[in-house]
Design a protein around this ligand. Structure first.
Ligand SMILES: NC(=O)c1ccc[n+]([C@@H]2O[C@H](COP(=O)([O-])OP(=O)(O)OC[C@H]3O[C@@H](n4cnc5c(N)ncnc54)[C@H](O)[C@@H]3O)[C@@H](O)[C@H]2O)c1
Length: 336
């Protein structure tokens, strides 16, 4: 059994704690949160299961990572902090000899990614970036269809991830400060650009349009990805919708189409070429947060290389996000 400390008890800290407490291969030995008011209730988000209210029962809490490390023996640290803090806390945890799972996006610059990778290599500890959509059942099914070739050649793909501004951390929160969150591109849309990178490899170019919000940061983006021998591919990410949250894709292959809408029922359907009616696709019950921890713990227990979520690939997604922001600013395609 792996002993974990979770750092940060906002929306994602609560999600990690909830997932870990249900996993028989994990034990939550500590929580670190520097704002005591956050411990009074569970921060609810826009995706995944609603965490239980008594999450902190039996979990020792600390206000700093230093105090936690001095008092508790843990194998792994889950970093669920605002994005601009990822590099600092990830490297500190690795230097302390712990394995680390860190929320997406990996960081806001390639320099930070490189420092984190270097610290993992030097300390010979695992660093895993929690790009949960690679583990989300509907997206895994899409990847399986693409890899198996059952539906023939991929032709055209559209991904969407749209919501109101992240509400759980308040209107003046770090999310609204682009130097801390990277705006919608790094925070929300990164899920889709990372999945596109995972599905088709690094695009040859990106062409993005978007607009800025009141914070001056990017609030919405629409990107076209090109591949030397790949499908047409677009993705929309937005914090500008009035309410709610939706993730969706339409994936057209030579011999059929997969359609996903997180707000629809059935959420995932397959329409085969020549058949009028879409058929519902059965989706495994557990979500990507559960599966990413299963994978991370598997890798730790067996020593296998995390080929589904390598650091090089997580870093590449930050390179693509940077290129999209550059393209938005310059009004032209950026070649990678
Ligand atoms: N995978 C996903 O689906 C998903 C969804 C939302 C957010 N995220 C990512 O997760 C990370 C956290 O986002 P969130 O929504 O949980 O933010 P949040 O603001 O809800 O939570 C962050 C928490 O960290 C605490 N904190 C800040 N500085 C600290 C410090 N020095 N020591 C201890 N605690 C500290 C804050 O008080 C807060 O409770 C971000 O990188 C974000 O991009 C991922």
């Amino acid at each position: 059994m792996k002993k974990f400390a979770v750092v940060g008890y906002g929306m994602m800290g609560a999600t990690h704690l909830s997932i870990l407490k249900k996993n028989p291969r994990a034990h939550v030995a500590a929580l670190v949160e520097n704002d005591p008011t956050k411990l009074k209730s569970v921060t609810q988000g826009n995706i995944g299961e609603t965490p239980e209210e008594d999450l902190l029962k039996g979990v020792p809490t600390f206000t700093t990572i230093e105090k936690m490390l001095a008092a508790t023996e843990v194998d792994c640290i889950s970093i669920c902090l605002p994005t601009h803090l990822h590099r600092r806390f990830v490297t500190q945890a690795l230097e302390a000899g712990k394995h680390v799972i860190c929320e997406k996006p990996m960081a806001l610059s390639l320099e930070d990614c490189d420092a984190m990778i270097e610290a993992a290599e030097r300390n010979q500890r695992r660093l895993f970036i929690a790009q949960c959509i690679r583990f989300w059942p509907e997206y895994e099914i899409l990847k399986q269809f693409k890899d198996s070739g059952e539906l023939g050649k991929p032709l055209s793909f559209i991904f969407r991830r749209v919501s109101a501004s992240p509400f759980w951390a308040g209107p003046k929160s770090w999310f609204a400060d682009t130097t801390k969150s990277g705006g919608c591109v790094f925070d929300l849309h990164v899920h889709d650009l990372d999945f596109i990178n995972y599905l088709f490899g690094r695009p040859a170019s990106v062409f993005s349009q978007g607009f800025t919000g009141t914070s001056g940061g990017n609030e919405a983006v629409m990107t076209q990805y090109t591949f030397s021998d790949g499908p047409m591919c677009f993705a929309e990410g937005s914090w500008a919708y009035p309410t709610g949250f939706k993730m969706a894709f339409t994936a057209v292959f030579e011999k059929g189409k997969l359609e996903y809408d997180s707000n629809a029922s059935p959420a995932l359907t397959l329409t085969r070429q020549g058949v009028d009616k879409p058929e519902p696709v059965t989706i495994p019950k557990k979500d990507g947060y559960w599966h990413e921890y299963e994978y991370f713990i598997d890798c730790l227990e067996t020593g296998k290389h995390p080929e589904k979520m390598t650091l090089e690939s997580a870093r590449q997604s930050i390179e693509i996000a940077n290129a999209e922001v550059q393209s938005m600013k310059e009004g032209k395609a950026v070649f990678l």
